[in-house]
Design a protein around this ligand. Structure first.
Ligand SMILES: [Zn+2]
Length: 324
C-alpha cells in the first residue's frame, strides 16, 4: 500500500513538474525548453452576462478548468512539457446580442478585431521564440468570437509553420457537450427548449465546477425559451429579458459533471491527436457552421454594428487628440 501511495505521489509530482507557469519562469528556464516538445496553453475567458443566477465569468471559469485539464493531459506524455500562460479575460460578442442588446450588466467584451489582434500578437511572439504548438482554451459560443480565434490560429500556422488550435471551436470538442445533452429525458429537453445561453446546461456545469457562485434562486427560475431557434431569439428580444434562454431550474450537479467530463476528455483527446500530426483542417469549425445559420448571421451583424459604433467613438476621440 505504501509503495502504491508513493508511486501515486511521485506520478502527481512528476506531472506537476511538467506543467510550467510562464509568469514564474526566468529567461534561462524558458530558453531551455525543447521547442518541439513544449505545448503552450493560452487560457481565455469572456466577461459576459449570464442572467440572474450565474456569474459573469462563467465562461472564464470553464476556460480556466479546460486549460488546466488539457495541460495535465499533455504533460502526462513522456518527454513533453506544457507552458501555461496567465488567463486572458477577453472575448468578443457577448450573448446579449442574441436579443439585439448592445450593452448589458456583466458583459464587457472587446471587439472581435481586438480579440484577434491580441491572440495574433501573442502567437507572433510565441512563434518568434520558436515554439511549435499552441492550444487556446476559450469557452464561448459566439460566431465572431470563434472565427477571430480560428483566424489567429491560421495566422500562426501560415506564418510560423506551427500548430495553433482553438479547442472549443472544433466540432469534435464542442460536439461532446451536445452529445451529453441528447441523453437528457425528453420532458427536460422540451422544457429547456432551444436553450442557447445560461440555461440547463450552463447552470449544471457551474453547479458542478463552482456551486458557491450559483444563486440558489435558480431553483425557482422562470422559463424563457422557444421550441425553435427563431422562437428563442424572439424571447431574447423581449424588453425585460433577464439574460438567459432556457430553464436554469433543471440544472443539476450530475448533468454538469457528465457534460464537463465529456468535454474535457474530448479536448484532451483532440489535443493529443494534433500533437501526433493530425491536421486540424480536416475537422469542421463551429464558427464556420454558425456563419451558415441565418439567425446567427443576424446576431453577428448586430454585434458588428455595435463594434463599429464603438470604434467610431474611439477613432474620433483619437484623431481629435492628434493620435493614431
Ligand atoms: Zn456561457
Amino acid at each position: 500500500m505504501k509503495i502504491v501511495l508513493f508511486c501515486l505521489l511521485f506520478a502527481a509530482e512528476h506531472l506537476a513538474a511538467q506543467v510550467l507557469l510562464v509568469q514564474d519562469m526566468t529567461t534561462e528556464q524558458i530558453r531551455a525548453l525543447d521547442r518541439n516538445r513544449t505545448a503552450v496553453i493560452l487560457p481565455g475567458g469572456i466577461l459576459e452576462e449570464h442572467g440572474p443566477y450565474l456569474p459573469a465569468f462563467t465562461d472564464g471559469y470553464l476556460s480556466q478548468r479546460l486549460a488546466s485539464e488539457v495541460a495535465s493531459g499533455i504533460a502526462a506524455r513522456p518527454g513533453w512539457k506544457v507552458l501555461v500562460f496567465p488567463q486572458i479575460p477577453l472575448g468578443a460578442e457577448s450573448y446579449n446580442f442574441l436579443g439585439g442588446k448592445a450593452s448589458f450588466p456583466g458583459s464587457y467584451p472587446v471587439r472581435s478585431a481586438t480579440l484577434r489582434a491580441v491572440f495574433m500578437d501573442l502567437a507572433a511572439n510565441i512563434g518568434e521564440q520558436g515554439f511549435r504548438w499552441i492550444f487556446v482554451a476559450h469557452v464561448h459560443g459566439a460566431g465572431l468570437h470563434n472565427r477571430a480565434l480560428d483566424q489567429a490560429s491560421d495566422f500562426f500556422h501560415d506564418v510560423y509553420g506551427g500548430r495553433m488550435v482553438h479547442l472549443w471551436g472544433v466540432v469534435p470538442v464542442i460536439g461532446a457537450w451536445g452529445k451529453v445533452l441528447e441523453t437528457v429525458p425528453d420532458a427536460a429537453k422540451k422544457e429547456d427548449g432551444v436553450s442557447l445561453h445560461g440555461g440547463m446546461d450552463e447552470t449544471s456545469l457551474m453547479l458542478y465546477l463552482k456551486p458557491e457562485l450559483v444563486s440558489p434562486a435558480y431553483r425557482r427560475a422562470p422559463i424563457h425559451t422557444g421550441a425553435t431557434l427563431d422562437e428563442s431569439m424572439n424571447v431574447a428580444h423581449e424588453p425585460e429579458w433577464p439574460g438567459y434562454v432556457g430553464s436554469p431550474r433543471l440544472g443539476t450537479r450530475e448533468l454538469g459533471e457528465k457534460i464537463w467530463k465529456a468535454l474535457s476528455a474530448a479536448a484532451v483527446e483532440y489535443s493529443l491527436k494534433v500533437l501526433d500530426g493530425d491536421d486540424p483542417a480536416k475537422y469542421p469549425r463551429y464558427g464556420d457552421l454558425l456563419s451558415k445559420v441565418p439567425a446567427y448571421v443576424k446576431v453577428d451583424q448586430g454585434a458588428i454594428d455595435a463594434e463599429k459604433a464603438i470604434e467610431r467613438k474611439q477613432s474620433e476621440w483619437l484623431s481629435g487628440k492628434g493620435l493614431k
